[in-house]
Design a binder for this molecule. Structure first.
Ligand SMILES: Nc1ncnc2c1ncn2[C@@H]1O[C@H](COP(=O)(O)OP(=O)(O)OP(=O)(O)O)[C@@H](O)[C@H]1O
Length: 576
């Protein structure tokens, strides 16, 4: 509730009209039976046509006010709740953007998607119910009781037993539905996760002819979701008919006792009619209020999930007031750096690594798979923070930098090239919005992408599908390199970014890149010896430790692991 209030209270003036509309509506709904009672009583008492006309005119007027009240409530409710959910999603998105990879790993991408889409939607539905019905029924309930007591205090007692019964029903349903709502949202996370994985991995699924297997997996999570949903809806399904049944019993009782009172001359017919109407309003308001209350557990689960995201502080602080300018550019120092993934602190993936890199130098990392190469380079732009030791960029600890300024120094080219929906030029300008056409052309030339771009019908305006899926792996890698080159960073980090290129393109790209990155520091992770053999320094990693450093020639002589990798890829003549 507090989360919803935090958002809807931003629209106080619209809310004011909502409350006004609700009061107007209640006034009319209770005013009409009051007028009806006067009409019936007056007619029976033999008051003339003038009286009937007067009351009918007032009832017309009231009905019109009621219409306006309803429209105001519906309009203001829709306005406030759509704004609420839009604001909430904006805040969630902004928050998620600040998350480090640790938080992404912890929440899981699918769960974050469900929280932003479905959980926010559940809250919107709840807020709509609350504003449309909750407030109105609340006012209606109290106003009806007042009118009931005023019309016939001696009949009012009939209503009393209904409320504890209805209250117990509400509480039982509320208590039972909370864990079911919780499970329902978690199962929805699982459906999302399953769907994400299987849709993005469709090619692998087809290649391995595992459609049936995947369909079974989907069916399992889908069945789990529907089983829990059925339980929840079954619980809800009993409610409304039971409520209506109790209300009907009470109305019958009122008619029974009311008729007795009319017969004995203690109650007028018009007053009984109005009393029944008031009782309907009181009981139905209570029922509607109960519906809102029963939606509460589900909404509170969603609110909790949204609050979890909004209240999570990123383990990597953006350090807004940190260093933004440095005197030197491209100096990189690792000082006894160790790192363990969060939640796995007992087994460090990087162990006590030290090295230095200077502008103009190329430092390469090689090692068996899982030796920690990708992890190590992710520490430089602070995707994760070191567990021990420190990393210095241009003489300052990376943690002392303004995070954006630190990342602006770095051109990171990830292992898996990811492009965004849009044109090629939009993708190339991703890191430098104001780059000229000449700059993006130059960058694509350096990254050996210009040739295939020129063969595209729309050249740089060629549209790329989601994730760049209408390009080959090598083309995506070349564009992802060009995107980094456009920024002209101080430090380039290539995380096995040449793996999808053929040997010839790989060689020409590195030759052009060498010229371009003359003053920059280049860090390369690669599996291919040919990609890194010309590096100024090659660092051999094994199980997170440095087991050798030197040039290609030196390592061939001194390092067995390096020699083994090299000999598996090069001929004897090349090795000699
Ligand atoms: N997000 C993560 N959470 C926990 N452990 C991880 C995570 N990412 C990687 N690891 C583990 O860290 C170790 C090093 O992985 P890393 O990706 O750095 O190796 P790599 O040398 O780059 O391998 P490759 O050459 O296959 O890409 C591996 O044992 C891996 O299982």
């Amino acid at each position: 509730m507090s989360l919803i209030w935090r958002y809807i209270s931003r629209y106080n003036s619209v809310l004011f009209f909502n409350v006004l509309g609700a009061f107007g509506f209640v006034f009319v709904e209770l005013g009409l039976p009051t007028m009806l009672a006067r009409l019936i009583n007056g007619t029976i008492a033999g008051e003339g046509r003038g009286h009937i006309l007067q009351i009918t005119a007032i009832m017309f007027g009231l009905a019109f006010v009621g219409l306006v009240g309803r429209v105001i409530v519906a309009y203001t409710t829709s306005r406030v709740t759509t704004n609420m959910v839009a604001d909430m999603r904006d805040d969630l998105y902004k928050k998620i953007q600040t998350f480090s990879h640790e938080e992404f790993d912890r929440f899981g991408v699918s769960s974050l998607v469900t929280r932003v889409t479905n959980d926010a939607f559940v809250l919107m539905q709840f807020a709509q119910m609350m504003l449309r019905m909750g407030l109105m029924t609340f006012i209606m309930m109290f106003a009806s009781f007042f009118m009931i007591a005023r019309t016939s205090p001696s009949l009012s007692w009939i209503l009393l037993p209904a409320f504890p019964v209805l209250l117990i029903m509400i509480l039982v349903v509320g208590k039972k539905s909370q864990p079911l709502s919780d499970a329902q949202q978690k199962n929805l996370d699982n459906i999302n996760g399953n769907l994400r994985e299987s849709l993005s991995g469709m090619r692998v699924i087809r290649a391995f002819v595992r459609e049936d297997f995947q369909a079974e997996r989907f069916e399992t999570v889908n069945t789990l979701y529907s089983t829990v949903s059925k339980k929840l809806f079954r619980l809800m399904a009993w409610n409304q008919p039971l409520f209506s049944h109790i209300i009907n019993l009470i109305i019958i009782a009122i008619m029974w006792f009311g008729s007795g009172k009319i017969a004995s001359g203690n109650l007028q017919l018009g007053n009984l009619t109005a009393f029944i109407e008031y009782s309907f309003h009181a009981l139905f308001s209570f029922m509607n209020f109960a519906v809102v209350f029963m939606m509460y557990p589900r909404a509170s689960v969603s609110a909790k999930r949204i609050r979890e995201v909004l209240e999570t502080e990123s383990s990597i602080s953006p350090n807004e007031t940190g260093i933004t300018e440095t005197e030197t550019h491209g100096y990189l120092v690792f000082e006894n750096v160790s790192f363990a993934y969060p939640g796995n602190t007992s087994t460090p993936v990087i162990k006590d690594i030290s090295f230095t890199a200077q502008p103009g130098q190329t430092i390469a990392f090689i090692g068996s798979t899982g030796s920690g190469k990708s992890t190590l380079i992710q520490l430089i732009p602070r995707f994760y923070d070191v567990t021990k030791g420190r990393i210095l960029v241009d003489g300052h600890d990376v943690r002392d930098y303004n995070l954006k300024a630190l990342r602006a120094k770095i051109g990171f080219i990830p292992q898996k090239a990811l492009l965004f929906t849009g044109t090629i030029s939009e993708n190339l300008r991703y890191g430098k919005g104001d780059a000229s056409h000449k700059e993006i052309e130059e960058a694509s030339e350096i990254s050996q992408a210009k040739e295939f771009i020129s063969r595209k019908p729309d050249k740089f305006d060629e549209h790329l599908a989601e994730g760049g899926s209408n390009l080959s792996g090598g083309q995506k890698q070349r564009l992802s390199i060009a995107r980094a080159v456009v920024r002209k960073p101080d430090i380039y980090i290539f995380d096995d970014s040449f793996s999808a290129l053929d040997y010839k393109t790989d060689a020409s790209l590195r030759a052009r890149l060498k010229k371009e990155t003359g003053k920059a520091t280049v860090i390369i992770v690669a599996q291919r010896i040919s990609t890194i053999m010309h590096a100024d320094k090659i660092i051999v990693l094994n199980e997170g430790e440095v087991v050798g450093q030197g040039t290609h020639k030196e390592l061939l002589k001194t390092n067995q692991i390096y020699y083994d990798i090299a000999s598996s890829q090069m001929s004897k003549e090349e090795l000699a």
